[in-house]
Ligand binder design. Structure first.
Ligand code: S3P
Length: 444
C-alpha cells in the first residue's frame, strides 16, 4: 500500500548525541501575547513559540485591536490596547487546533462588551467549552449560539461589567482558571479561583509581572486560592519565554530509550507545576542530570544531561496528573520500554485533549505490539524491558503529541513506527524533525 502524503515513520536510530534547545513554552507564549494585548504600550517577547497554535493567538490579538509584529532579531512586539478597550472582531476568530488559545480568549472576550465568534479545526470542534462558558455566564457573559454539546462554533457576547465571582473549577485546569481570571481583569471587584489541585501557574505569575494585584494562598493539601483585584492598569513588561518542558519531553524520552544515547537539553523550564514527567522518569530509573539551575525571565530553568537507561515500571498517582497532563503519551512510550507494569492513574482529562488521548495512546501501544489496558481512568502498560516490536501505523487524530510520541517510540523499537499525519507537529514544535535529526534520529 502506498504511504499517505502526510505519513512519516521513525526508524531505529543509532545513539542520539548532541545538544538541543526546545522551542518556547506554548502556555507562556499564548499568555505573553494576551497580556500584551491587555496592556497599554509595547510588550517585547523573546523566545516566543512560533508554532501554529501561538500564531493563531497572535492573529486573534490583532483582530481585537493590538499591533503584533515579529522583529528582525526574532523577538515579537505587541502594541496593546488595554483592558476595556478591545475592538469587536469583524470575522470569526479561528483558533485552528488550539484549545488553550480559544479558552483563554473566551475569558478575555467574556470580560469585554464585544461579540465574537469562536471556531477551530475538526479536533477543536469536538472539545468541550462549557467548562469555560459556565463560569463566564456567572460573570455576565452570554452565549448567543453554540454547536451541540457546548462545542464551537460558538458566538459569545461579553460584558463590560463582569461580576466578581469566587469560582471552584470542577476539574483541575489551568485553562479554566485563566479564563476566569482574564475575564475578572475588567471586573470592578475581586475575582477568586479556588482549585483543589494546583494547576500550572503561568497566568498568575505573568499577571503579577505586568503589575496586577494578585494573591495566591494555599488551599487544602494540594490546592490554591488565587485572588485578583479587578481593573488594574497593566504595564507592558518584557517576557523571556523559557523552553517548553512538554516539548523537551520528546528528546528526553527518546534519549532515555535509544541505547547509548547521551544528549543535553538546554534551558528547560523547571516550574514545579510542570515537572511531573521529570519526577516520574527519575522514579523509573532514568539517567537525568540537572545542570546549571538558574533563573531566566522569572522561571527557573536548567540544562538536562540525559543518557540512555533501563527503566522500571511505576505507579504514577492521580495527584501528579496536573503537573504532567500533556506528557502522558510520551510517558506511556517510556513505560513500554520499561521492565514490569506501569500504571498511570487519573487520566480522565486525556479524553478531551486534542484527541481522546487515552484511546489514541492505547491504540498506538497495541499497534507497536505492547500490551495495555484502560481500567476506569487508568492506563496500564505492560513494559517490554527495552524490546518493543514496533512495526505499527498510528492514527494521530489531529494530535501533535500523539504524532511525536510514537515517532520517538520508533527510534528505539525493533521495526519502524509510522504515523498517519505529521502535519499537526507544527502546532507546538515546528522544528521537531530537524532538531531530532541533528541528534541522529532517522525519519522517512
Ligand atoms: C494549558 C493547560 C492544560 C494543558 C494545555 C495547556 C494551559 O490544559 O493540557 O496543553 O496553557 O493553560 P487544562 O488546563 O485544560 O488541563
Amino acid at each position: 500500500m502506498e504511504a499517505g502524503a502526510n505519513q512519516l515513520s521513525a526508524h531505529r536510530s543509532g545513539p542520539l548525541r548532541g545538544r538541543l534547545k526546545p522551542p518556547g513554552d506554548k502556555s507562556i507564549s499564548h499568555r505573553a501575547l494576551i497580556l500584551g494585548l491587555l496592556s497599554v504600550g509595547e510588550t517585547k517577547i523573546e523566545g516566543l513559540l512560533e508554532g501554529d497554535d501561538v500564531l493563531r493567538t497572535a492573529a486573534v490579538c490583532r483582530a481585537l485591536g493590538a499591533g503584533v509584529e515579529r522583529r528582525g532579531d526574532g523577538s515579537w512586539q505587541v502594541r496593546g490596547c488595554g483592558i476595556g478597550s478591545l475592538l469587536a472582531p469583524r470575522e470569526p476568530l479561528d483558533f485552528g487546533n488550539s484549545g488553550t488559545g480559544m479558552r483563554l480568549m473566551m475569558g478575555v472576550v467574556g470580560g469585554h462588551a464585544i461579540v465574537a465568534a469562536f471556531d477551530g479545526d475538526a479536533s477543536l470542534r469536538k472539545r468541550p467549552m462549557r467548562r469555560i462558558l459556565d463560569p463566564l455566564a456567572l460573570m455576565g457573559a452570554e452565549v448567543l449560539s453554540e454547536a451541540t454539546g457546548g462545542c464551537c462554533p460558538i458566538v459569545l457576547k461579553g460584558t463590560s461589567e463582569p461580576i466578581p465571582i469566587e469560582y471552584y473549577p470542577p476539574v483541575a485546569s489551568a485553562q479554566i482558571k485563566s479564563a476566569v481570571l482574564l475575564a475578572g481583569l475588567n471586573s470592578p471587584g475581586r475575582t477568586s479561583v479556588i482549585e483543589a489541585e494546583a494547576s500550572r501557574d503561568h497566568t498568575e505569575k505573568m499577571l503579577k509581572h505586568f503589575g496586577a494585584s494578585i494573591s495566591v494562598e494555599a488551599f487544602g493539601p494540594h490546592g490554591r486560592k488565587i485572588t485578583l483585584d479587578g481593573r488594574p492598569e497593566l504595564h507592558p513588561a518584557p517576557v523571556i519565554v523559557p523552553a517548553d518542558p512538554s516539548s523537551a519531553a520528546f528528546p528526553l524520552v527518546a534519549a532515555t530509550i535509544a541505547p547509548g544515547s547521551d544528549i543535553i537539553i538546554e534551558a528547560m523550564m523547571m516550574n514545579p507545576l510542570r515537572a511531573g514527567l521529570l519526577a516520574t522518569l527519575l522514579e523509573m530509573g532514568a539517567d537525568i542530570e540537572i545542570l546549571d539551575r538558574r533563573e531566566e525571565g522569572g522561571e527557573e530553568v536548567a540544562d538536562l544531561r540525559v543518557r540512555a537507561a533501563a527503566l522500571k515500571g511505576v505507579d504514577a498517582p492521580a495527584s501528579r496528573a496536573p503537573s504532567m497532563i500533556d506528557e502522558y503519551p510520551i510517558l506511556a512510550v517510556a513505560a513500554a520500554f520499561a521492565s514490569g507494569q506501569t500504571r498511570l492513574r487519573g487520566l480522565q482529562e486525556l479524553r478531551v485533549k486534542e484527541s481522546d488521548r487515552l484511546e489514541a495512546v492505547a491504540a498506538g501501544l497495541r499497534a507497536a505490539g505492547v500490551d495495555c489496558q484502560i481500567v476506569g481512568d487508568d492506563l496500564i502498560v505492560e513494559g517490554r524491558s527495552g524490546d518493543v516490536p514496533g512495526g505499527g501505523l498510528v492514527k494521530t487524530h489531529l494530535d501533535h503529541r500523539i504524532a511525536m510520541s510514537f515517532l520517538c517510540m520508533g527510534l528505539a523499537s525493533r521495526a519502524p513506527m509510522a504515523i498517519d499525519d505529521a502535519r499537526m507537529i507544527a502546532t507546538s514544535f515546528p522544528a521537531f524533525k530537524t532538531l531530532m535529526e541533528r541528534l541522529g534520529a532517522q525519519f522517512a
